[in-house]
Write a protein of this length. Structure first.
Lengths: 372, 184
């Protein structure tokens, strides 16, 4: 090799070394408590990288955390809290994996794919990952529960049990073909929207073209709360400050409830918009009233970019938590309403079962339903 | 040595730069086989302009070569055409190539050392959450936090009281995964 070539090789090697140092995954710290029922076994950093964007730093983290179940019970779900205080003050996020069946000693992956934009400078990790909660098969819970992941993961698990019972009954009554029909219905495309939510000053200012739009309600059998009235300020594809008033018709105090809401556009199509959490008046004694709502402006758009004009709002009670910690979710019969079947996305367990059917076929699905 | 199909296709379309065109024309003047290929490429170009049905016997590989060539035209547009280099200057070529890389690394290092204050957008005191095909994002001031779902299937996006969440099947793990970004 000639002298200039040697020089070039040396210089490029030095540059490559400098580049490799710049993409160390030290931007993310995984912090699990010492007594946690899961342990971090490995972290695969994949194609994590960082780059400058003007005077800001753009960081992409792609990692797969491998966690081991250290407890003597089966894990049904896990929620990781993602804190990025250095990026967005108060900014937090979570990644939950429901529908697990992790035996003691087994490992399972949780993927984290993050993109962060923040001013350059500062030391220490940009993102800290903590364990917010682990739900076990006996519905016991471990964790800090800062995100109320106990309630949410328990709801997912109750939905999973309800849905598995339903599909087992379909299998018994109609055989594998009945089950196949159900899976094909789950895999059918549902209408979906992109959504943007604005909090802060802008949400308190009414637009000139805004009109109040009243909610209609779907009655869910055996619901512990009755939805009385509600409205949102609507202009085109934007709905602001949606609020719903409910009364506790059960004989027990209610600690929390959520109202799912649907939009209807100018062509009569319906979309699931989201859920409104109980906002005030809690815990709610029997016979008393409380509000569910969102202090935000929500702008919806169809993924295909078609303009959307909100013409109707419909709400129904989707979950309630009593003061003793027990939970209520709608029965399958309530969800059999053709209108809801068309609009509601599958529950996480339905999604998992449909994916199992899609990937491994009917026999694998039947075995899974028989196992748990 | 014959030029490759890509260059012949580019030549046929008149999309080679002047220097390469001149060199290829010299080759074509003494090579009937390459001339025939160039003629064939020209016929195809003419046919593609005229009709929208494929004639029998279309040579797909060659057609693909022409399409690829057109794409490369765009990529090559920024490239400078250097003069013919002699043996002595060829020895310095690796070092010359390394120099821009080193300058790039140096510029990157300088940018890291020199940190101008971040300009925040006026009136950006609010918090915006957005769920799109790429993921769910929190924008606040000059910062942004986005949970991505690059390997996702069957994605649903919903507004919840304290934020926005996205539910999907992770095609790598096969698990249903729920990403939630909170506005507080």
């Amino acid at each position: 090799m000639s002298m200039p070539n040697k020089l070039a090789v040396l210089l490029l090697a030095g540059a490559a070394g400098a580049w490799a140092q710049g993409r160390s995954p030290s931007s993310l710290k995984v912090n699990l408590p010492g007594d946690a029922p899961v342990a971090l076994v490995a972290a695969d950093w994949g194609e994590s990288r960082e780059s400058a964007r003007g005077s800001a730093l753009l960081l992409e983290l792609h990692t797969s955390l491998s966690l081991r179940n250290l407890s003597p019970r089966r894990i049904r779900g896990v929620t990781l809290l993602v804190l990025a205080q250095a990026v967005t003050p108060g900014g937090k996020a979570s990644v939950s994996v429901p529908g697990l069946d992790v035996k003691p000693g087994e490992t399972f992956p949780v993927r984290l794919d993050l993109r962060l934009l923040r001013p350059q400078g500062g030391a220490g990790p940009l993102v800290e990952v903590q364990l917010d909660g682990v739900l076990f098969d006996d519905l016991s819970f471990y964790g800090a529960n800062r995100l109320n992941s106990r309630r949410q993961m328990t709801v997912w698990e109750l939905e999973a049990r309800r849905d598995r019972r339903y599909y087992r009954s379909i299998l018994e009554a109609e055989g594998p073909e009945g089950l196949r029909r159900e899976m094909l219905e789950l895999l059918a495309e549902r209408p979906r929207l992109d959504v943007q939510v604005s909090h802060g000053r802008a949400t308190a200012v009414a637009g000139a073209s805004e009109q109040p739009l009243q909610f209609a309600f779907l009655n869910v059998p055996q619901a512990p709360l009755q939805l009385l009235r509600g409205q949102a300020w609507v202009a085109g594809a934007e709905a602001r400050l949606p609020q719903v008033e409910a009364v506790n018709r059960s004989g027990r105090p209610v600690r929390y409830f959520e109202v799912a809401w649907l939009l209807r556009d100018q062509q009569g199509r319906e979309f699931l918009a989201g859920s409104l959490p109980a906002a005030s008046g809690l815990p709610l004694p029997p016979g008393e009233r409380a509000q569910a709502g969102q202090e935000a402006a929500l702008r919806f758009s169809s993924p295909a970019g078609r303009p959307l004009s909100i013409q109707g709002l419909t709400g129904f009670l989707s979950q309630a938590e009593f003061a003793d910690g027990s939970l209520w979710i709608p029965e399958r019969t309530a969800l059999a309403d053709p209108r809801l079947r068309r609009v509601l996305p599958p529950s996480p367990e339905q999604q998992r079962l449909a994916e199992l059917y899609r990937r491994q076929g009917l026999q694998a699905l039947i075995e899974d339903l028989k196992q748990r | 040595m014959h030029p490759d199909q890509t260059h012949l296709a580019l030549y046929a379309g008149g999309e080679l730069d002047r220097w390469r065109r001149w060199r290829l024309a010299r080759h074509l003047a003494r090579c009937p086989a390459c001339r025939a290929q160039v003629e064939e490429f020209r016929r195809w170009r003419q046919w593609m302009r005229q009709g929208d049905e494929l004639p029998a016997g279309v040579h797909w590989n060659r057609l693909a070569a022409e399409m690829k060539a057109n794409i490369r035209v765009g990529l090559a547009a920024g490239e400078c055409v250097g003069p013919v280099v002699d043996a002595a200057s060829a020895r310095w070529r690796p070092a010359a190539l390394a120099l821009p890389v080193l300058l790039l690394v140096l510029a990157g290092w300088l940018l890291q050392v020199w940190r101008p204050p971040l300009r925040r957008a006026p009136g950006a005191s609010g918090v915006v959450l957005a769920a799109t095909a790429a993921g769910v994002e929190l924008r606040q001031g000059g910062g942004a936090l986005m949970l991505l779902h690059p390997e996702a299937g069957d994605v649903s996006r919903l507004a919840s009281g304290d934020g926005v969440h996205v539910r999907y099947v992770d095609s790598e793990t096969g698990y249903v995964t729920i990403s939630h970004v909170y506005a507080e």
